[in-house]
Ligand binder design. Structure first.
Ligand SMILES: Nc1ncnc2c1ncn2[C@@H]1O[C@H](COP(=O)(O)OP(=O)(O)O)[C@@H](O)[C@H]1O
Ligand SMILES: [Mg+2]
Length: 259
């Protein structure tokens, strides 16, 4: 079974951290022991999204050789375990990306799923996560620039000896010139795992420091995150899992908008 996934992209801001956090919680809700690791050590924002930005020890200190990984693991929502990264530039400068391999091996021994939020681009700290995980998930938005960058990342991943599990098309519906799943498969040469719609509740939830899958259980993006979690853990996706409270007008409207 695949246990460690690196979540990456060519371009920043496509939704890697959002996916890592929401997928992590969705896997936890399926009672899978799940850890998420913020390996985007230069532009870390997992801690901000989860309201954990004041924790004393982060991945920065671990990669600087100043702390043990045990001390950087925190309890997140729904039993999810979180290893955040620090947000200071100084902490980033002192962190050694080569130590990530060791950290990842220690974490993967403790859980069923490890999701690694990787930096975008082709920096050293971006390249290491591509080869340490069992599989790599590419996140892209349905626009040409994002596709082109994702393709570069895919090639880089293969050069580094990493395996691409597939791509997730996030924020679908944002562009009028929508790129469809099958053309993504043609361009990237990888399968599209799933499509996550553009959903204002994702940003709304981030503003509350509460992930979308918990704050808005019936929102269209939540359904997509939970569907992906079900796929990864090999169980059938049950929509009523997400709660049927708001079924009705809101759901019908969302379906019409994101069709
Ligand atoms: N499906 C979505 N619908 C609407 N907004 C989204 C969606 N996914 C991500 N976002 C927003 O896009 C921005 C970038 O997402 P983020 O996860 O931080 O990207 P990355 O980690 O790739 O840099 C955030 O403001 C986030 O709330
Ligand atoms: Mg991010």
């Amino acid at each position: 079974m695949i246990r460690a996934y690196t979540i990456t992209s060519g371009k920043g801001g496509v939704g890697k951290t959002t996916l890592t956090v929401n997928l992590g919680i969705s896997l936890s809700l399926l009672e899978r022991e799940t850890y998420i690791l913020d390996a985007d050590i230069g532009m870390a924002n997992m801690a901000l999204i989860l309201g954990m930005d004041d924790v004393p020890v982060t991945l920065h200190e671990v990669l600087a050789g100043k702390a043990d990984i045990e001390d950087a693991i925190y309890e997140g929502p729904a039993g999810l375990k979180v290893v955040p990264s620090g947000i200071s530039l100084q902490g980033f400068q002192q962190a050694d990306p080569d130590k990530l391999r060791d950290v990842m091996h220690k974490l993967v021994d403790r859980c069923e799923f490890l999701l690694i939020d990787a930096p975008s681009g082709i920096s050293k700290e971006g390249v290491v996560p591509l080869s340490v995980a069992d599989q790599v998930i590419l996140v892209a938005n349905p626009e040409l620039a994002s596709m082109a960058d994702a393709l570069k990342t895919k090639i880089l991943c293969e050069v580094m000896g990493g395996k691409v599990y597939g791509a997730i098309l996030n924020r679908a519906g944002i562009e009028h010139t929508e790129i469809r799943s099958h053309s993504v498969e043609d361009v990237l040469g990888v399968r599209v795992i799933d499509v996550v719609p553009e959903d204002a509740n994702v940003r709304r939830a981030a503003a509350y420091k509460s992930p979308c899958v918990l704050k808005y259980p019936t929102s269209p993006a939540t359904k997509a995150f939970r569907r992906i979690a079900a796929q990864i853990s090999g169980v059938e996706y049950e929509e009523e899992d997400a709660g049927t409270k708001e079924e009705g007008f809101v759901d019908r409207l969302a379906r019409a908008v994101f069709r």
